[in-house]
Design a protein around this ligand. Sequence first.
Ligand SMILES: Nc1nc2c(ncn2[C@@H]2O[C@H](COP(=O)(O)OP(=O)(O)OP(=O)(O)O)[C@@H](O)[C@H]2O)c(=O)[nH]1
Ligand SMILES: [Mg+2]
Length: 309
Amino acid sequence: MAIQWFPGHMRSTQKAIAARIADIDVVIELLDARLPGSSANPLLAELTGHKPTLKVLNKQDLADPERTQQWLAWYGAQPGTRALALDAADAAPARRLIEGCRALAPQRGGLAKPLRVLVCGVPNVGKSTLINTLNAKRQAKTGDEAGITKQEQRITLADDFYLWDTPGMLWPRIAVPQSGFHLAASGAVGRNAYDEELVALELLRRLQPHYAYLLEARYRLGLAPAALAALPDEELLEAIGRKRGAVMAGGRVSRQKAAEIVLNDFRSGVLGRITLETPEEFAAWQAAAALEDAQRAARKAAQKRRPRP
Ligand SMILES: Nc1nc2c(ncn2[C@@H]2O[C@H](COP(=O)(O)OP(=O)(O)OP(=O)(O)O)[C@@H](O)[C@H]2O)c(=O)[nH]1
Ligand SMILES: [Mg+2]
């Protein structure tokens, strides 16, 4: 079953952004560098599409540097888009963002025309952390879970430079099922909206072909990369659980515990630097989802045309 999470507070954020956007000069969309396609919000693109936008691949310290370069090239090749990679704690590159914003809106500046920048992105991607890095006063609340920022908040970086921190937002229907899994694995989805075991199994399936050596280095299963990659995902989860002591009375592995271990290890970066998708893979998933939507619409239309008995 596909993962969907669009609670009421996201609907409110959608309305708040729609109301604010007319008075915004530059949009910074934070993407998660571990899932740079899946964390790009199509609803946000709809709301802010006509404004100059900087795409920031955040948490690059957790992502695979080679794939980050591929994604920067991919975003950089799209018209009207500038992309850069960052980790939010790194102050000097973060400050370069300020220059980037000023360059995108040269007509703004000075007390009469302050530059107004909206920072947005999926939950837990690091919006508030980045704003705190930019702002010595550290006014924005942060935390390792989706939904820390509850309300739009204005932060004054300089007399002529305002930033708006916004609550993380997803979109009403995540059409690419793989994206739902990646968002959940990254921590962008509320805990009650997905099954941890299913998400961990999907995560392992993604890691097996390309990052088997990282799984072996962390869990020491005694398997060569090819053998680890060929293991059925459920067996792999059980092997990890057994190795890490996620065992219940009677000696059975707790898959729930094993799943939590795998997800925590991925989220914290102890598994290594990992990017779950390449631009080509993501484009193929999007095309498949669009085709499926078109077929569904055609079936519905045909049903309507059919005369009732
Ligand atoms: N490794 C790493 N962790 C980061 C980075 N930026 C933020 N984090 C961590 O990610 C978690 C979420 O950070 P927040 O700044 O609260 O994220 P947010 O986007 O404001 O989240 P919401 O307000 O819930 O939408 C925190 O535990 C941060 O410490 C980064 O660049 N690298
Ligand atoms: Mg926040």
